[in-house]
Unconditional design. Structure first.
Length: 480
């Protein structure tokens, strides 16, 4: 056999083998998956931002490309809770400074169903580093275990009004809340800035959580979940509100104090633990391994600043009935690609969903043009930037990445398996992907191409379609 003929033969054989593998792997659902209607397409690349492209159509698959992406609706994974960002003191203040008509337009764009439809947002129990001042809800020079000085008055000025507005625009808004620090008198060192939690403060601190939940509910802003501590393993060298929690401390607090107290009070608020980076996955396993803490923990809150996203799957495999939520990550407003890193963010989001997380919540939803208000050491930017002087809105690359998900993937959707055909596809492909099946039966696939321009084949049952992906692009495909 001539060299060229042999090469063609081997290529044909590999394609045939791939096609046979596909047909044998998914016979049960192939006839059930809908490929009848047109596939609508939205794209972000170069100077285009979430624009609708020409629709595509499924056709019978006569051959399967060696780098095809196979959709498997028969493998339904986690249920999606949603998307959103942090409504910090800083974010709420920046939004509160807009004229009423301006704020209405921004809130509608961010939260309205049919627009960005953000529906999973984070609030702070006291201040974070993105605040105008450092504060807690029980400011006292002396220990106050009876919480006589407890007050949420600070939040009544602009935080609670903005949260009420957000929930009015999107009644499905799910709020979870995190403390950056307990009151200083509960900690070693006596300060909000750094330091560690003290065991004798567990009981009053559990009541502090409950009083916060009750006070917010009385203001018309019920909180659906809490995390014990933002970033349990970081004190930020005392440069911002922060608190160290030893692993055994968080376990003891949840199982003996916070969990039982919320249950006794009849509170439906869920408890999430860790609220920190992938590289602490071993700690997450240890906390869920304690049978008494396990009873009260709904799931793990994850940040993506250190470690690998596959850590979420490690914990899921050990505890498949516990949930995973991605609770913090945001852009740097000083970065040259602040407005154009949409593909990087979509690739990040695809990895998060491929690894069992139910939601993605960015860091600050809105900050000013200097990344402020900010009393901490970091140069984060908002998902949107609002100029102090002009009130001009600048949308980040992260915003445009979110649009490809939050405008299409509904709460209650199931993540479906999307698999590369090649043996090494998961590790080497420039195109990342995530697939979803909405409660109404419609399908959504998001493709992020960080490499050169290429054509990608999607295979669904016995049908296939081809998508041309420009370099550095994000595409959303949806069909009924």
């Amino acid at each position: 056999m001539k060299h060229g003929s042999r090469r063609r033969f081997l290529k044909a054989a590999s394609v045939t083998a791939a096609a046979l593998a596909v047909s044998r792997r998914f016979p049960a659902w192939a006839s059930e998956a809908s490929t009848q209607g047109p596939v609508r397409v939205w794209a972000t690349f170069r100077d285009r931002r979430y624009v609708q492209a020409e629709p595509l159509a499924w056709k019978p698959a006569t051959e399967v490309a060696a780098d095809a992406i196979v959709l498997d609706p028969g493998m339904a994974k986690q249920q999606v809770l949603g998307f959103g960002g942090a409504m910090t003191d800083a974010t709420c203040y920046v939004l509160s400074q807009l004229k009423e008509s301006e704020r209405h337009d921004v809130m509608h764009d961010l939260f309205a169903p049919g627009e960005m439809a953000l529906n999973v947002c984070r609030t702070c129990i006291g201040s974070s580093d993105y605040s105008r001042t450092a504060y807690t809800f029980d400011e006292s020079d002396q220990p106050d275990p009876e919480l006589k000085k407890f007050s949420i008055d600070h939040d009544k000025a602009y935080i609670l009004p903005v949260l009420r507005d957000a929930r009015k625009v999107n009644p499905e808004l799910f709020l979870f809340s995190s403390p950056w620090s307990p009151p200083g008198w509960m900690k070693s060192g006596g300060s909000m800035l750094g330091g560690a939690m003290r065991k004798h403060s567990y009981e009053p601190y559990a009541r502090y959580f409950l009083k916060f939940l009750e006070a917010y509910k009385a203001e018309g802003v019920p909180i659906d979940a809490v995390t014990v501590q933002n970033e349990v393993d970081a004190d930020q060298d005392g440069r911002m509100p922060a608190c160290l929690w030893g692993q055994e401390y968080e376990i003891e607090f949840v199982k003996s104090y916070l969990g039982p107290l919320l249950r006794k009070a009849g509170s439906p608020t869920k408890i999430w633990v860790l609220d920190h980076n992938y590289n602490l996955w071993g700690r997450a396993v240890a906390e869920l391994s304690d049978p008494d803490a396990h009873e009260f923990i709904d799931g793990i809150a994850w940040h993506g600043y250190a470690g690998d996203v596959s850590a979420i799957t490690r914990v899921h495999d050990a505890f498949p009935h516990k949930n995973a939520y991605w609770t913090e990550g945001g852009p740097d407003y000083t970065a040259p690609d602040y407005q154009t890193d949409f593909t990087q963010w979509a690739e990040t989001f695809n990895g998060i969903f491929q690894n069992w997380a139910r939601s993605i919540t960015a860091w600050n939803i809105a900050l000013d043009e200097k990344g402020k208000p900010n009393i901490g050491p970091f140069s984060c930017g908002g998902t949107i930037t609002i100029d102090n002087a002009t009130h001009k809105i600048t949308r980040s690359g992260q915003y445009w990445a979110f649009a490809h998900y939050s405008k299409h993937v509904r709460r209650g959707a199931r993540v479906i398996a999307t698999n590369g055909v090649g043996a090494d596809a998961a590790n080497t492909a420039a195109v990342t992907h995530a697939g979803f099946r909405n409660p109404d039966g419609s399908f959504v696939v998001v493709l992020a191409n960080r490499g050169a321009e290429k054509r990608v084949q999607l295979v669904l049952g016995t049908n296939a379609l081809e998508v041309d992906l420009p370099a550095d692009s994000v595409h959303t495909l949806q069909w009924a």
